[in-house]
Design a protein around this ligand. Structure first.
Ligand SMILES: Cc1cc2nc3c(=O)[nH]c(=O)nc-3n(C[C@H](O)[C@H](O)[C@H](O)COP(=O)(O)O)c2cc1C
Length: 266
């Protein structure tokens, strides 16, 4: 018989005894608690000590990725992630369209977007070769078409045709935009960077940066001198197969700060 941690937070874990089994047992049976037990050779155990739930927040080594759950929870906690629905053109004129949730705006002077591809996919190759792409807004009404365009199809398949979407001409770049999408941003390629890990090892993921050179906005979204994006019902990625839809918006003006750093009274 020996002592073993079942929770992954106590000295048993630190000394590396039964680590993986501990996390599994702990998650399955006890929730977020520190639990010490006596383990019999056959695996049966008797609990000798348990903290109250939540006393020790879960922590795990993110490089070893020992979260002990069925699915990696990382993306479920970086939420909601906007979806870059990216159209591009191959040098031979074949159109490509696919969604990327590793996507965001990273600068507003100038307007710069980035998306990242796990693997050197068709859009990355097209953009590296032709230097242009379009970001289309994915909305709740277009969720099924957006999902269809994520199918891993051969480079000569036009995802507009595949999903029944209409290519509309762009104004300043060659790739078409999605006519049904209420917002589109025409972009010129800036940089493609292969991401490296902390050991300098190439990850096989590629980040593409583009500067926005033209923006289309459906008139129905504009009122009172501003864009009411909730009217478009944009969708965003959560973890697993889950999505969120943007329908409720609240405003939070920033606090005014005095010269001495104190927050000014309203
Ligand atoms: C909502 C959603 C988000 C996605 N995000 C990404 C992503 O961030 N990076 C990635 O490499 N693939 C992502 N995918 C998968 C790509 O869309 C898929 O691999 C697609 O076939 C790539 O197309 P391409 O090879 O024509 O460029 C996502 C799929 C969906 C449905």
């Amino acid at each position: 018989m020996k002592y073993r941690s079942l929770c992954g937070m106590c000295p048993g874990y630190a000394s590396n005894i039964g680590r993986t089994a501990c996390i599994d047992d702990y998650r399955r049976h006890f929730g977020n608690r520190m639990t010490l037990a006596i383990i019999a050779p056959g695996g049966a155990f008797v609990i000798i000590f348990r903290t109250r739930g939540g006393a020790y927040p879960m922590f795990y080594d993110a490089i070893k990725n020992e979260h002990g759950m069925k699915h990696d929870p990382f993306k479920a906690m970086i939420v909601p992630r906007p979806i870059g629905w990216i159209s591009s053109l191959a040098p031979d004129g074949i159109v490509n369209l696919a969604p990327y949730s590793f996507f965001n705006a990273v600068s507003d002077k100038p307007h710069i977007l980035v998306f990242s591809s796990t693997g050197y996919k068709d859009n990355i190759r097209n953009i590296d070769q032709t230097g242009e792409f379009v970001f289309n807004l994915a909305t709740f009404d277009l969720k099924d078409q957006m999902n269809t365009t994520s199918a891993m199809v051969a480079p000569d398949v036009d995802e507009f045709q595949l999903s029944g979407l209409t290519p509309a001409p762009s104004r300043m770049v060659a790739p078409p935009r999605v006519a049904e999408s209420p917002v589109a941003m025409e972009c010129k390629h800036l940089q493609t960077i292969e991401l490296m890990d902390i050991d300098g090892k190439p990850s096989g993921s590629w980040a593409v940066f583009g500067q926005v050179v033209g923006i289309h906005i459906d008139d129905s979204l504009i009122a009172g001198g501003r864009v009411h994006i909730e009217k478009a019902k944009p969708i965003a990625r959560l973890g697993y197969m889950d999505y969120a839809v943007v329908e409720d918006v609240f405003a939070l003006p920033r606090p005014a700060v005095n010269a001495d750093g104190s927050v000014a009274a309203e």
